[in-house]
Design a protein around this ligand. Structure first.
Ligand code: TXA
Ligand code: MG
Length: 360
């Protein structure tokens, strides 16, 4: 693989505003990024969910570089990012059903990815040979400016080494991919902190393949009974489907994994049992503000890492990948993490935590 001197260029955060896309496009560094993308090179950039590793989605040789740089399994397809609704026509075969239309009108630009039948414009390399393609219109002004300047749809997985927690800051990308890519744009921390919700809209009844930044409740509120729910049609639970028969190819791989063994504390009883068992070794407990406060007296000798308030799960989401990366700098024997309610963004948080733990 080619060796690069990886440049990180910081974009002044005061410029990163919704109404400022045209001025962002004037920045020489964005033009440099777009030029690299048009030449078939890779560029890492922030989105509102996590940092992405972009390449021209229509160029097989550029796409292969993504798989090489990340060490990504060949059978895991990429999400194609667009900057405007008009770009859909060139990518989607047939027309979108009414559910898909309502979803994108409501949640785009934003953390929602739809899976549709693909046109020939998108090569097999991008979709790992599938006839479908995942498409997202990100909300981040910088991402949109880059896509517009590049003038092509941009395939972008999360910009981490395959298997590692997704990057929510430019320095996470640098830690994983330095020497493997030419350029990282630093736009500060990602706002959402978890990846987009991936939803298959090819049938009348749509199905969430990966929980993410748009919650099941928000989707249900919009389309009601057109959302496939866990347990529907006697197919088993969504959870068992995702583990045994992954709907989204990426869901079957071990993911987000810190090297530190991570165990989940399912409820308060489990925490009490754990504290009574007399924890041995170098360990940490990752707890919400609420539990850390409530159990303060019994936690005295333990190392506690706070993950944010249960009451504000969006704050937990924003910091969880950073926290998983931080964990590995502490040289612990193991860590325990509190389970939070799987409501709203909590469903996506727990999906990532369960994958990060991948231990019973
Ligand atoms: O928020 C996000 O979605 C971020 C930012 C960069 O946009 N991207 C991201 O990409 O998370 P990645 O590659 O890390 O995850 C893409 C997920 C994988 O689980 C993959 O299997 C699934 O989307 N996916 C992609 N194309 C698909 C398809 N045609 N059918 C089903 N699942 C698909
Ligand atoms: Mg990823």
């Amino acid at each position: 693989m080619k060796e690069y001197v990886t440049e990180i260029i910081r974009i002044d955060e005061s410029l990163i505003e919704e109404g400022n896309i045209d001025s962002l496009k004037e920045l020489p560094v964005l033009q440099q990024a777009a030029e690299l993308l048009r030449k078939g090179e890779l560029v890492a950039f922030p989105t509102e969910t996590v940092y992405g590793l972009g390449a021209d989605a229509t160029e097989p040789e550029a796409i292969k570089k993504i798989y090489r740089a990340k060490g990504r399994p060949q059978d895991n397809p990429l999400i194609v990012h667009i900057a405007g609704f008009h770009e859909l026509e060139g990518l989607v075969r047939g027309s979108l059903n009414p559910q898909a239309e309502r979803l994108i009108k409501t949640f785009w630009p934003g953390p929602l990815t739809i899976v549709v039948d693909k046109k020939e414009t998108i090569p097999a390399e991008t979709t790992a040979g599938l006839d479908s393609v995942a498409i997202r219109m990100p909300a981040h002004p910088l991402t949109r400016a880059i896509i517009e300047l590049a003038g092509v749809p941009i395939a972008a997985p999360s910009a981490n080494k395959s298997g590692a927690p997704s990057p929510t800051r430019a320095e996470h990308v640098y830690a994983d991919l330095k020497g493997r890519i030419p350029l990282i744009l630093d736009g500060g921390p990602a706002r959402v902190g978890l990846e987009s919700t991936v939803i298959d809209v090819r049938s009348e009844k749509v199905r969430i393949l990966r929980p993410g930044g748009v919650s099941r409740e928000e989707i249900r509120e919009l389309i009601g009974a057109y959302l496939h729910e866990p347990g529907d049609e006697g197919e088993g639970t969504e959870k068992s489907n995702m583990i045994e028969k992954p709907l989204s190819p990426g869901m079957k791989y071990r993911h987000y994994s810190p090297a530190t063994p991570l165990y989940i504390i399912e409820d308060e009883q489990a925490l009490e049992n754990l504290l009574q068992s007399g924890l041995e070794g170098d360990i940490a407990l990752i707890l919400s503000e609420e539990w850390a406060g409530k159990y303060e007296a019994s936690l005295r000798d333990s190392k506690v890492i706070k993950m944010g308030p249960r009451e504000r799960p969006e704050l937990i989401a924003a910091g969880i990948f950073q926290l998983l990366r931080h964990l590995d700098t502490l040289s612990l024997d193991r860590a325990y993490i509190e389970a939070i309610p799987e409501r709203g963004i909590g469903e996506a948080i727990m999906n990532r935590i369960r994958k990060a733990s991948s231990r019973k």
